[in-house]
Design a protein around this ligand. Structure first.
Ligand code: AMP
Length: 453
């Protein structure tokens, strides 16, 4: 080695003296998860069915922010509600504002409806959205801290036919996703007035049995007696079983509304039952509430979605009195059920053309050819990373394409390509500016053959 080379070698060594990055091993947080490529076909199928159904029933898409002001969620859900008090992610941002990550969509959708003057649009106003929601729950099967909900909301109509329609949509979605053994539970909690009256009855009932309740529920008697129904211990459930039920204390308007809804549901022939114990634990509901469950082999039920009327919510946010109804599906649970049942997953359209290339110049030309074929609306597969023709042809055969466009080294220099018909094995050379027309013609000719396949 010459002295000069030695010197350069030394210099180079000095340059590579970069500080080593200390690796940080990271895992996802509890209750949140990645949706990996292998799971996407079920997710895509669920998203497609959910949004196709929304479109069929005349719902327009709305997207609302993931973050909202904390006061909105506190106001809508109530300070003492389980959802707000225990599960809502609240934090101060860098400007010291109180912010929440949405725990559900209804508060944000009602806020968007009011804030954006949607009241002036033709009624009913039907809105669909799908996105992530966040709840700081105890993590267990089917209960995550970040999950996806799909929401259907209808504003401006009080007719119970719309209550029946949202239940019908839920039913159709489940049918289309191939989810079986489902059951709808429906109930009515009445208007705000009858709910207030019912609450008084409930408070009096639990008060008379105060000593039979575990201490953690005694505090709820005055603050939020409905929450006692969420108990799962035998002692409290025993007390709850004798409690008055909202459905027996409805005002006339709510009774008629509920009766009409049931008549519509009978017409639709849906698997439903009246469930007087159904409460849903959400403060803003008025009149109809419902939940849909899937029942597993041992009879255990798992909630897939639920909803109800919220006729007072828009007004409580400063808008005009606006009857409304909505419901949400938990999409993670729909997907889990689809996987369990090995239901139909989304099948992406299959390309009928494969673009193969050999050598660097051909690779460069292929980028343009690929874009030309795609721009003509023809789905085309490629494997630009691979230079070996044999491997590329094997892949094309595996994908069962009809045509392979081959750009070899010679063709790249000549400005031509080879078109190979994968059914007959015949091939022809054409100039690369004719590639789109020739591929189209060749595909037309192979239509009959591929249909017989
Ligand atoms: P809700 O907003 O509580 O009425 O919930 C509607 C649906 O969202 C439920 O029936 C579940 O399918 C789903 N869901 C609610 N909370 C969770 C959670 N923590 N993890 C997964 N899905 C959830």
């Amino acid at each position: 080695m010459t002295a000069a080379k030695k010197a350069t070698g030394k210099k180079a060594k000095k340059k590579t003296n970069v500080k080593k990055i200390k690796p940080l091993k990271c895992t996802s947080l509890p209750g949140v998860h990645d949706i990996l490529p292998g799971e996407q076909s079920y997710w895509q199928q669920a998203r497609k069915v959910l949004s196709d159904e929304a479109e069929e029933y005349g719902f327009g898409r709305i997207d609302v922010p993931i973050m909202e002001s904390e006061s909105l969620f506190r106001h809508v859900h109530g300070e003492t509600s389980e959802l707000y008090e225990k599960e809502t992610y609240c934090f101060k941002n860098r400007s010291r504002d109180d912010v929440v990550l949405r725990s559900d969509f209804t508060p944000a959708i009602a806020r968007a409806y009011t804030e954006n003057g949607m009241v002036d649009l033709r009624k009913p106003i039907k809105l669909f959205t799908i996105g992530h929601a966040f709840r700081h729950e105890r993590v267990q099967a089917g209960r995550c801290r970040e999950f996806v909900q799909a929401n259907y909301d209808i504003f401006g109509e009080q007719d119970p036919v719309l209550d029946a329609q949202v239940i019908q949509i839920a039913h159709r979605v489940l049918q289309k996703l191939g989810i079986k053994n489902i059951q709808f539970h429906v109930n009515s909690v009445g208007t705000r007035e009858s709910r207030a009256h019912y609450r008084e009855l409930l408070t009096a009932y639990f008060e008379s049995r105060r000593t039979k309740l575990p201490s953690k529920y005694r505090d709820m008697i005055d603050t939020d007696p409905m929450r006692i129904f969420e108990a799962t211990d035998d002692k409290t459930m025993q007390v709850c079983s004798g409690a008055p039920q909202a459905i027996d204390h409805l005002d006339k308007e709510s009774r008629d509304h509920f009766k009409n809804l049931l008549e519509y549901l009978d017409e639709l022939d849906l698997p439903y039952m009246i469930d007087p114990a159904l409460d849903r634990g959400i403060n803003y509901y008025t009149q109809t509430i419902f939940e849909v469950f899937v029942i597993d082999k041992d009879g255990t039920r798992h909630a897939l979605g639920g909803g109800g009327r919220y006729n007072d919510l828009v007004e409580s946010l400063g808008g005009e009195p606006t009857p409304a109804i909505g419901f949400a599906f938990g999409v993670d649970r729909l997907v889990a059920e689809m996987r369990r049942l090995k239901a139909k997953a989304y099948m992406p359209p299959e390309p009928r053309v494969y673009l193969a290339q050999i050598g660097d110049l051909a690779k460069k030309k292929s980028l343009r050819i690929f874009s030309d074929i795609e721009s003509a609306g023809i789905l085309v597969a490629e494997s630009f990373g691979r230079g070996n023709l044999k491997e590329q042809m094997e892949q094309a055969t595996k994908m069962k394409v009809d045509i392979v466009v081959i750009v070899g080294q010679k063709e790249a220099l000549d400005g031509t390509v080879i078109l190979k018909d994968m059914h007959t094995g015949t091939q022809e050379t054409i100039t690369s500016d004719k590639v789109v027309c020739s591929v189209k013609d060749a595909l037309k000719k192979t239509v009959k053959v591929s249909k017989i396949k």
